[in-house]
Structures are given as structure tokens and as C-alpha cells.
Design a protein around this ligand. Structure first.
Ligand SMILES: Cc1cc2nc3c(=O)[nH]c(=O)nc-3n(C[C@H](O)[C@H](O)[C@H](O)COP(=O)(O)OP(=O)(O)OC[C@H]3O[C@@H](n4cnc5c(N)ncnc54)[C@H](O)[C@@H]3O)c2cc1C
Length: 467
């Protein structure tokens, strides 16, 4: 008999939810995690610290209140790293506690150390003193996540030239910063530092950023970031980053030189598989350290599953959790219906972005006709009350059956508001539901009704002409 029914490697969102789901199904479960990393990248270095930092920035800078109280309004003049990290440490500490408690309550054994395969059913766990313990399991779920990719051409020193993990170790708020890579992580941190008053330059190899989002929304974000003194260098490649006594010099292939006190390199992430000895289990990873799985999250060795960032796209905490639960259910012979295809995307820039379903570009490329219904926060009483006059919600509607094809939100509460659209789309609702629904007043949720009315009015105009 094996030591455990299910053994999970990594306690990020994917591993955690897999372990708890298997425990709820009354299996003997263990989770392997390195010391001080309970909760994974999500809790310790990624999602939770970055979102808490954003909250601290918004609160301390008073940025969202300036429409009301004037552009000079600030809660605190000189914001220090300590002001910012107090909140982050508090939240991370509490979250780790919640996870430890959940694992204990569900009788999941926590094995502290780094795990690697010895054979397809055996994992060795090595703690920080080098002590090794071997454990066996019927089913194994790999949820070891990723780490920031560090190109060899960049001399990271964790002080002046950092990756996204280094943000949390900074000793001061820099007066200038170059962010290399305008992906989600890069642009989220660019907005936070711009809000703090850091002069930010974003360098991106491609001509566009966040090209999977609605173009109009991305344009609105760029306008806001430029207003916070962010400079964009699109279509530019970094040739070298030099460290000097007074800061760093980012040299672009076009010959431009950008001086800054800090450079944050945000150039993708690498799967944490190099120490797993995958070959001992009959597995291999690709050149970015990722493991291939089937629709049930099974690897090519059927009793070994992989979930979360280590399997690649979409690499979100939200999806990793669900993959973990689905993999555990499948491993425990519980019926599974597969991953719901309708998934929201949330980007915590300042202002924030969220969407679900298709973009205008995708629909146009696929020759799918659509009508657009728009609501602007400045026309909502709640928008005026909170001082958000730039926010907007956009519905993309099928003229054929009036179903929602996509919902795009920009501004305060976007990542929360999107779930109304998700529920309507998920239940196959039409804009007529939104037109007829009564929403609390004054709320931002009302924007759904306003946008639905806008779309209905446009559809009526088309129908009148062709009648
Ligand atoms: C700065 C930043 C901001 C982000 N913001 C968001 C956001 O707003 N929303 C969102 O949905 N997602 C966000 N993400 C992505 C999110 O954090 C990840 O998608 C999520 O954490 C992936 O979960 P996971 O289960 O794959 O494991 P991870 O959270 O990556 O954790 C993996 C764990 O495995 C452990 N591990 C690795 N190797 C071993 C081993 N050999 N033995 C034992 N343990 C091992 C590691 O120590 C780690 O704790 C963000 C990421 C970053 C970096």
C-alpha cells in the first residue's frame, strides 16, 4: 500500500484546491511545499502582494479622490516602502494562516521541503537542512508553478535591476523606473509606480500592448498612464541593461538610452520543473519548463496530473484553482464536466480592466456581426459620487438572437462588475434581461442596464430602416 492516495507538489492555488478537493473526497492526501512558501507564488510573491500593494497605493496617494478634492490631494506626502509593505505583510500573513488552517482542518499532511521524483509513484522530499524523506502515492498532482524568466543578457542584482519578485524587496520608492515588457504584470506595476509619482518608461518589443483586450479600453488605459507621466516605447527591443553607481542605463537596439534608478524586467515566466527529475517518472517538460496535459489534466503518465502555471496558458490564480479541483476529482474517480470555457480576465492596472467573451476585433475577424451598447460612468450617479468620470462598460450583442457576445469594463470595480455579464452569458441570457432588470440605485451595476438600452436603441434603428 502507498503512503498516500494523492500527493500534491506545490501549495499555490492549483495545488491547494487539488489537495482540499481530494481530502473532501476522503482520500489520504499530502502536499509538499518549500518552507515559507505556503500559498505559492500567488500568496507570497504574485497576486496577493501585488494587489495589496495596489490597494495601499490607491489609498495613500488619494489618486481616486483627486477629481473631487483637486489634483494636489494626497493622504500622505512622502510615501515610503514601509508604508506600502506594512499592508502587504499583514495580508500575506493572514492569507498564509487561512491556508494552513484549511489544510489542517481537512487533514492534509504538509511535507516541508522540495519534492522530486524517484520513480513514477515515489517522491523524495528534501528539507532545507538536506534531510530526505521518500513518500509514495497512487496519484500525484504537479502544481509547482513558475518563476520569473531571467534572460542571460540581463545582469540582475536584485537592487537596481530586478524582476517582479524584486519589487517586494525594494528599499525605497524609485524616482524613475524602466519596465521592460508591457504584459499584464509589467503594466500593473507600471501603473502602481506611476501613481506613486515614479517617472516610468515602458519598453515593449511589440507595437501594441495587451492585444488580447478591447482596443478602445487599451487606448483609454494608455491615455490614463500617459497622464501619470508614463512614456511608452513600443516596437523597441532592449539591447543591454547596464548597472552604474547612480542607477541603470537601458540601451535599446534603436540606439536610445534610458537612465533610471530601477529597471524591472518582466519578460515572461519559466515553469518550475528543472528540479523535479521528471525523467524518473517518465515525463519531460518543454523549453519553457511547461508540462503538457490532456483535458483531464493528466500528463502522458496517466496517474500523474499537472495543473496551474506549470501547464502554461492562461496562468491565472483563478483558473489554476479550478484546474486543481478538476484534476483531483478525476484522480479520485469523481465525475467531472471539464473546464467552463467562459472565463473572465481581470487586469489590475490603474484604472482596472476586465472582460469576458469576445473582443470587437475577434468578432470582426470571424465575420460575426455585432452591435455595441456603451455606458459611461460619468452618466451614472454612482460614477459622480465616487469621482470616476472615465469608467465605461461595453456590451457586444448579437443582432440575430440578442445574446451577449462579450462584455468589456474599464474603471472602478471592473473586475467585480464583470461577473454580472458572466452570469448572464453563462445562463444564455439576452440583453432584454438587462433592459428589464431593476438594479440598485445608485450603483455602477446600473451601467449594464444603460449599455443594454443603448444597444437595443441601435438595433431598433437598424430594424426601422430595413422594415
Ligand atoms: C506579480 C504577479 C501578479 C499576479 N496577479 C494575478 C492576478 O491578479 N490574478 C490572477 O488570477 N493571477 C495573477 N497572477 C498569476 C498567479 O499568481 C498564478 O497564476 C498562480 O499563482 C499559479 O498558481 P499555481 O497553482 O500554478 O502555483 P504557484 O502559485 O505558482 O505556486 C507554486 C508553488 O509550488 C512550489 N514548488 C515549486 N517547486 C516545488 C518542488 N519541487 N517541491 C515542492 N514545492 C514546489 C513553489 O514553492 C510554489 O509555492 C500573478 C502573478 C504574478 C507573478
Amino acid at each position: 500500500m502507498t503512503d498516500f492516495d494523492v500527493l500534491v507538489l506545490g501549495s499555490g492555488p492549483g495545488g491547494q484546491k487539488a489537495a482540499i478537493a481530494a481530502a473532501k473526497l476522503e482520500r489520504r492526501v499530502a502536499i509538499v511545499e518549500r518552507r515559507d512558501m505556503i500559498g505559492g507564488v500567488c500568496i507570497n510573491t504574485g497576486t496577493i502582494p501585488s494587489k495589496t500593494l495596489r490597494e495601499a497605493v490607491l489609498y495613500l496617494t488619494g489618486l481616486t479622490q483627486r477629481d473631487m478634492y483637486g489634483q494636489s490631494y494626497r493622504l500622505k506626502e512622502d510615501i515610503t516602502v514601509t508604508d506600502l509593505t506594512v499592508r502587504t505583510r499583514h495580508v500575506v500573513g493572514r492569507e498564509v494562516d487561512v491556508i494552513r488552517n484549511q489544510l489542517a482542518r481537512n487533514r492534509v499532511t504538509v511535507l516541508t521541503g522540495s519534492g522530486h521524483f524517484v520513480d513514477p509513484h515515489t517522491v523524495a522530499v528534501v528539507d532545507e537542512r538536506g534531510n530526505e524523506m521518500k513518500v509514495t502515492a497512487d496519484k500525484i498532482i504537479v502544481a509547482t508553478g513558475t518563476r520569473p524568466a531571467r534572460p542571460a543578457s540581463v545582469q540582475f542584482d536584485d537592487q537596481t535591476i530586478i524582476d517582479s519578485d524584486g519589487i517586494l524587496q525594494m528599499d525605497r520608492v524609485p524616482d524613475s523606473m524602466v519596465v521592460v515588457g508591457a504584459g499584464v504584470i509589467g503594466i500593473e506595476y507600471a501603473s502602481m509606480f506611476a501613481a506613486l509619482g515614479t517617472k516610468v518608461t515602458v519598453v515593449e518589443r511589440r507595437e501594441r500592448m495587451l492585444d488580447f483586450c478591447d482596443l478602445e479600453v487599451v487606448e483609454a488605459l494608455k491615455y490614463h498612464l500617459r497622464d501619470l507621466a508614463v512614456t511608452f516605447r513600443f516596437g523597441e527591443t532592449v539591447a543591454a541593461v547596464e548597472k552604474h553607481p547612480r542607477g541603470a542605463l537601458t540601451i535599446l537596439e534603436s540606439g536610445k538610452k534610458i537612465p533610471a534608478s530601477t529597471v524591472m524586467y518582466s519578460a515572461g515566466r519559466q515553469g518550475m520543473t528543472e528540479n523535479l527529475v521528471l525523467s524518473a517518472a517518465g515525463l519531460a517538460a518543454d523549453d519553457r519548463g511547461r508540462i503538457t496535459v490532456d483535458e483531464f489534466y493528466r500528463t502522458s503518465v496517466p496517474h500523474i496530473y499537472a495543473v496551474g502555471d506549470v501547464i502554461g496558458f492562461p496562468s491565472l490564480a483563478a483558473t489554476s484553482m479550478e484546474q486543481g479541483r478538476l484534476a483531483a476529482y478525476h484522480a479520485c474517480d469523481e465525475p467531472v464536466s471539464g473546464m467552463n470555457q467562459l472565463q473572465p480576465i481581470g487586469i489590475y492596472t490603474i484604472p482596472e480592466i476586465s472582460f469576458i467573451g469576445k473582443t470587437e476585433d475577434e468578432l470582426t475577424d470571424s465575420l460575426i456581426p455585432f452591435e455595441v451598447g456603451v455606458s459611461r460612468y460619468r452618466e451614472l450617479a454612482r460614477g459622480q459620487i465616487i469621482g470616476d468620470t472615465y469608467g465605461m462598460l461595453k456590451l457586444l450583442v448579437s443582432p440575430e438572437d440578442r445574446s451577449l457576445l462579450g462584455v468589456h469594463v474599464f474603471g472602478t470595480g471592473a473586475t467585480e462588475l464583470i461577473h454580472i455579464g458572466q452570469a448572464v452569458m453563462g445562463c444564455g441570457g439576452t440583453i432584454d434581461y438587462l433592459v428589464d432588470a431593476v438594479f440598485n440605485y445608485p450603483t455602477l451595476a446600473e451601467s449594464y442596464k444603460v449599455a443594454a438600452l443603448d444597444a437595443v436603441n441601435k438595433l431598433r434603428r437598424v430594424a426601422r430602416i430595413t422594415d
